[in-house]
Design a protein around this ligand. Structure first.
Ligand code: AN7
Length: 364
């Protein structure tokens, strides 16, 4: 019998940059290799080349799959029988899927009532044990940390360095697609693992001679959940973008390093700006992302309209021909409720005949 085809996924593609050996079992769902989509309308607005790294096209619909393939593979290699994580939704979806794939148990600790329904459904259908706490993500992560050191249990939040290792592969792909690193990289920031991972990836590929420069890293937090921007933990973080509803990020220092070493910044966008950007991107570029992901786009639009802000890395770097990459981290189908409520969408009803349908089309 032939070996099953198993030549996709980030471990296969970037094995030499990842902490795996020949004896590491590869638990993969063919994640990664997501498209870098040119955005003609954002490009036109900015007079630059703007691309969307659409991470919603990963197997569970978010960038978390990149880190999870490494974290779960290493957990299995180390003999774990159970993995556990705190989550605002996407980490738990990815952990549950990769644990199912590995044939091990998964437990997820979530803030009650603050998880988009698509993500909650994922945790259940992939077979995880789901506990919703009366508290927020930061409380959930505090509890999960207390599981550390229990035999056979692996924590798969981004405090597990294997997660960051896997997630850095997105930078590798961008460099390979563009032929070099972009001038500016924009992404949403919650627990700050991803900005830490991207910056690590950019630096590693430059050190390996695969790129000649480094981008400025610009991260956006939701205005009601912006501890890094305000330089202090937020006790009661709040935002419609529940994925980034985080008041005390675990990788805070990593975000600070990415920003200071790259000459970038952390800024904020309001919920209104996030929802408007989400709707704009879907209707103008055909890319439907979840609210947290739209923070990248909202941030880009904000920077672009604020070009005079002094000392701004965006305005000082944005010249004709500059390349800007926006990571859109998760798929819009994760959280259709928010989009439908914001848009106030209801179909116009019609009788089942041509005249009635045409009349309805004229009205809608
Ligand atoms: C769509 O799933 O923290 O700054 O528990 O789901 O690396 O935390 C999700 C975070 C951005 C922020 N966009 O990334 C979780 C979780 C989406 C996300 C972020 C998240 P980090």
């Amino acid at each position: 019998m032939n070996e099953p085809l198993n030549d996709k996924g980030v471990i296969h593609r970037y094995r030499q940059f990842l902490p795996v050996s020949d004896s590491t079992p590869v638990i993969s769902l063919s994640e990664g290799s997501t498209p870098l989509i040119h955005s003609p309308r954002l490009s036109e607005k900015a007079g630059a080349e703007v691309y969307l790294k659409f991470e919603g096209l990963n197997p569970t619909g978010s960038f978390k799959d990149r880190g999870m393939t490494v974290a779960i593979s290493k957990a299995v290699e180390d003999g774990a029988k159970t993995v556990i994580c705190a989550s605002t939704g996407n980490t738990s979806a990815a952990a549950a899927a990769y644990a199912a794939r590995a044939g091990i148990q998964c437990a997820v600790i979530l803030p009650a009532g603050k998880i988009a329904i698509g993500k909650l459904a994922q945790a259940f259908v992939y077979g995880a044990k789901v506990v919703a706490i009366r508290g927020n993500f930061d409380d959930a992560l505090r509890i999960v940390r207390e599981f550390g050191g229990i035999d056979g249990v692996a924590i798969v939040n981004s405090i597990n360095p294997h997660r960051i290792e896997g997630q850095k592969t997105a930078s590798f792909e961008i460099i390979e697609d563009l032929g070099d690193a972009p001038d500016i990289h924009i992404l949403p920031v919650g627990n700050a693992g991803n900005i830490t991972a991207y910056w690590k990836g950019y630096r590693e590929f430059q050190a390996a001679g695969r790129s000649t420069r480094l981008p400025k890293m610009i991260g956006f937090q939701a205005a009601g959940s912006a501890p890094i921007f305000h330089n202090q933990p937020i006790e009661k973080p709040d935002t419609i973008a529940t994925a980034i509803r985080i008041g005390n990020p675990a990788s805070w220092q990593g975000a600070n390093n990415a920003v200071s070493e790259s000459g970038g910044c952390i800024d904020i966008v309001t919920d209104e700006e996030i929802l408007a950007a989400q709707a704009w991107l879907a209707a103008n570029e055909g890319v439907f992302v979840e609210p947290a992901s739209a923070a990248s786009v909202a941030g880009f639009l904000k920077c672009h309209s604020n070009m005079r802000c002094s000392g701004c890395p965006f305005s000082s770097t944005l010249r004709p021909g500059a390349r800007v990459v926006l990571t859109v981290t998760g798929h819009g189908l994760k959280d259709t409720e928010t989009a439908v409520n914001f848009g106030g969408f209801t179909p116009t009803e019609a009788d089942a005949n041509l005249a009635s349908v045409r009349a309805a089309l004229d009205k809608s």
